[in-house]
Every structure is written in structure tokens, then in C-alpha cells.
Design a protein around this ligand. Structure first.
Ligand SMILES: *Cc1c(COP(=O)(O)O)cnc(C)c1O
Length: 433
């Protein structure tokens, strides 16, 4: 059976060779072996009940304290670990909803305001929690448009969200302005730093120009940061940190009259994997500041090589001013190098897939997305020439836009937004599972 398991992955994406640009955050084989051993040591333990496993309680408190300190939390800062960014965001929304209900400060239906680039995990959480989500348009630089957010505020608003950075273009929203707006109106301000929480602070220390984004900014009331992304921990680990305990209290759940005994729960989960907590703690302790700085410096070098290589290909441009190793590039429609034929990025994607690269396609605008990790340091040399060839092919073969997956993405891009395409996605999921 174990041999079968090993064989089953034969056709999977080749993440170890740096051929994927999302999904796996790889800091080297030695680190992965270390994570596995740390995880295995706490494989059976359960963090549901903090009195049974004092070890896990201690590790979770220390992970939260280290993360809070990294992200500018003061002595009052408090949080929990969660299973991932989606859970951290779900809990943030639950917290602000329950606080609003307890304080009766906002009119129903309760509303939250997010930039259009905010991660769909927030839409999903709002949907589940019965919150109305208002999407504010972006400015030309792909960052949240503060005036649009201001215009969307009402007596029903309980929360403004900003990203540091956003997933699609990797830009940091104007957190200070958004937080000032939130403070002025007495509403919450959550920063989704699921991607950047364990990368931006180190880039800042390396001298990069990183705008203020964390709990140091007045008005920011909570922040989420994923350990299982650029924290390089094992999957199943993220954090949610609040400015103070009084706010965190609304995240918790209690039921005292159950026949199974007194029940209290801090997160969405009941049973909580001890291994994910142990591996995250071990990673923070083992890497330390110096380890993260070293990783960030390497990722920054790789990012510059990729971005310079992309910018050097006539017809391509990087979108906005990405803050870190997450960014998108699109066809240039009017740059000095443009020869008049615009490049169809979906044809480029098909060509790159034929060359063994797993591509992440984006829309509004049509673009390809890259998320670079230490696994990509050795692959720029192979990626950039392939990209150059793929772009040349797309220019020479306009008919390719009507073939392969380019045809489908083209049709979807032209379809009116909303229900029809949602139905298409749901149909796909129905047939996949
Ligand atoms: C990945 C991500 C999330 C969701 O996190 P999961 O761990 O995949 O649940 C939320 N926000 C941003 C910006 C992300 O990149």
C-alpha cells in the first residue's frame, strides 16, 4: 500500500523542480525533513483541550507571541493559531460580527468593505457568516482606492479589510489610510497578511521600501499571517492576531449546558492537529530572525532576476509595483517595445504548460501569476528562455487563441461577470469530486 501511495503521485505537478508557482512553499529538502520529524513527534496529540497537552498550549502561545512581536503587536496583543489563512480570515470576520452584535453599534445587515483584490476566502466567510460584502474598486496601481472605500462606509459597516500584499498583483494596499478611515468611523481594520506576514518584515529589515502594514499602524485592529506559506512551516498552520484580548474574546465559543460537559473552543476546528503546531513552533525557533532574513534575501534575488527577465521580453510587463515575490505579468498594450501585436497571455500559458510549467492564469486583467520561493532560484535560467519562446509563438500564431485552454479562458474573459461563470465553476467541481 505504501508503494502504491508513492506511485499514485506519478502525474502530479512537479513542485520539487520549481515547476509550480503556488501551492507548495519549499525551503529545501533538509528543512522539509526537519518539518516531517517535528510533525511526527506530535502526530497523535490534539490541541482541542489545552489542559491535556501542556506542550501544545505552550507552543501555540509562543508561536502567537513571536508572530505578534514580528507584526508590531504591543503587550496587549493576543491571538490564536489556526489551520490556514481561510480559517484565520473566517475567525476575524466572526470576531467583528459578534462584537458588533454584542455592542449593538452597527445596524443590520452588517457590512464589511474589501478591495476587489481581496482573497475569496473573505467572500466565503462573509457568505457563511451572513455578512454583506461590499467590493471597492482598485486604483490604477492595483491598490485599494481609499476614496471608494470611504464612499462605501455606512452605519452598517463593521470592518474594512486591506491586503499586505494582495494575492493577484502582490501590491500592499494603503493600510495607513484605510486604518485611519476605520479609526475615524470606529470600525475594525483587518490586514490580510497571509502571504506577507513572514516576508515583508524581513524585506523591510533588508532595506526594501515596504509601506507600514502591521499592528504598528494606528487603527489596524487585527492581522492574519500564514505560517504554512512564507513562514515555511508544515501545512495546516496560520495565525490571527488582535490588538488586544478584549477583541479576541469575540472569536471564542462556549457552551456550558451540554451533557458532554463544559465546552469551550477557540477556533473553527474541534480536534486540532498537534503536528502542525509543533512543526510551526520548531520552524520559528530553528530559523529564527537570521534564518528568515537569509531566506528573504535569496527570494528577493530570485524575484529581481525573474522580473528583469520578464521586463526584457518585448510585449510583457509586470503589473503594478509588487512588494515581494508575488506578482503578475500581462501583455503590454502600448509600451515602447510593443510592435503593435498584443500578446495573448492565455496562449503563452498553454505554450508554457507544454514545456512543463504549471501556470496560474488570472483575469481582469488577463495575466500570469508567479509566487517565488527558494525552490525557484535554480529555475529562472530555464523559465525565461521558455517564456521568450512562448511569447514569440503567441505572436506568430494568432489562431492559437481559439485552441486549447486559451479558447476557454478567452470565452470566460468575454462572458458577463457573475452567475453564468459561477455555475461553470460549480459544474466543474461537481464533476471533479
Ligand atoms: C493563501 C491566502 C489566503 C488563504 O489562505 P489558505 O491557507 O489557503 O486558506 C488568504 N489570503 C491571502 C492573501 C492568501 O494568499
Amino acid at each position: 500500500m505504501l508503494q502504491r501511495l508513492a506511485a499514485l503521485r506519478a502525474d502530479d505537478a512537479r513542485w520539487e523542480q520549481g515547476r509550480t508557482f503556488s501551492l507548495v512553499y519549499h525551503a529545501g529538502d533538509e528543512h522539509t525533513e526537519f518539518l516531517k520529524r517535528a510533525y511526527a513527534l506530535y502526530f497523535s496529540e490534539n490541541a482541542l483541550n489545552p489542559t491535556a497537552f501542556g506542550s501544545l498550549k505552550r507552543m501555540e502561545r509562543e508561536v502567537v507571541a513571536m508572530t505578534a512581536a514580528l507584526l508590531g503587536g504591543g503587550a496587549e496583543a493576543a491571538g490564536t493559531m489556526t489551520s490556514g489563512g481561510s480559517e484565520s480570515l473566517f475567525l476575524a470576520l466572526k470576531t467583528y460580527r459578534d462584537r458588533a452584535r454584542a455592542q449593538r453599534g452597527a445596524a443590520e445587515p452588517l457590512e464589511i468593505i474589501v478591495p476587489r483584490s481581496a482573497h475569496p476566502a473573505i467572500d466565503k466567510a462573509a457568505h457563511c457568516l451572513g455578512l454583506r460584502l461590499l467590493r471597492a474598486p482598485l486604483a490604477d496601481d492595483f491598490r485599494a482606492d481609499v476614496d471608494a472605500v470611504r464612499a462605501a462606509l455606512s452605519e452598517r459597516t463593521i470592518l474594512i479589510v486591506g491586503s499586505a500584499p494582495s494575492y493577484p498583483q502582490g501590491v500592499v494596499d494603503p493600510i495607513a489610510e484605510l486604518a485611519a478611515l476605520a479609526a475615524e468611523r470606529g470600525v475594525g481594520m483587518h490586514v490580510d497578511a497571509c502571504l506577507g506576514g513572514f516576508q515583508l518584515p524581513f524585506l523591510r529589515d533588508l532595506g526594501e521600501d515596504i509601506p507600514p502594514f502591521d499592528l504598528r499602524v494606528p487603527g489596524v485592529t487585527s492581522i492574519s499571517a500564514d505560517l504554512h506559506k512564507y513562514g515555511f512551516a508544515a501545512k495546516g498552520a496560520s495565525t490571527i492576531i488582535y490588538r488586544d484580548r478584549a477583541l479576541r474574546r469575540h472569536q471564542f465559543f462556549a457552551r456550558s449546558d451540554w451533557s458532554g460537559g463544559l465546552f469551550g473552543s477557540t477556533t473553527v476546528q474541534g480536534t486540532r492537529a498537534g503536528g502542525a503546531i509543533a512543526a510551526a513552533w520548531a520552524t520559528l525557533m530553528a530559523l529564527g530572525r537570521d534564518g528568515y532574513l537569509r531566506l528573504a534575501a535569496g527570494i528577493l534575488r530570485t524575484t529581481r532576476i525573474f522580473q528583469a527577465g520578464i521586463a526584457a521580453i518585448p510585449g510583457l510587463r509586470v503589473l503594478g509595483r509588487p512588494a515581494m515575490s508575488v506578482f503578475a505579468f500581462a501583455g503590454d498594450s502600448g509600451g515602447p517595445d510593443n510592435d503593435g501585436t498584443s500578446v495573448d497571455l492565455m496562449v503563452v500559458a498553454d505554450q508554457m504548460e507544454a514545456r512543463g510549467w504549471h501556470c496560474d492564469r488570472q483575469q481582469h486583467p488577463t495575466a500570469l501569476h508567479l509566487m517565488l520561493t527558494p525552490a525557484h532560484a535554480p529555475v529562472a535560467e530555464a523559465y525565461l528562455p521558455d517564456l521568450r519562446e512562448a511569447v514569440a509563438y503567441a505572436r506568430a500564431h494568432p489562431e492559437a487563441a481559439a485552441q486549447g485552454s486559451a479558447a476557454m479562458y478567452g470565452a470566460l474573459a468575454r462572458a458577463p461577470e457573475g452567475i453564468m461563470v459561477d455555475e461553470f465553476i460549480l459544474h466543474f467541481l461537481d464533476n471533479t469530486y
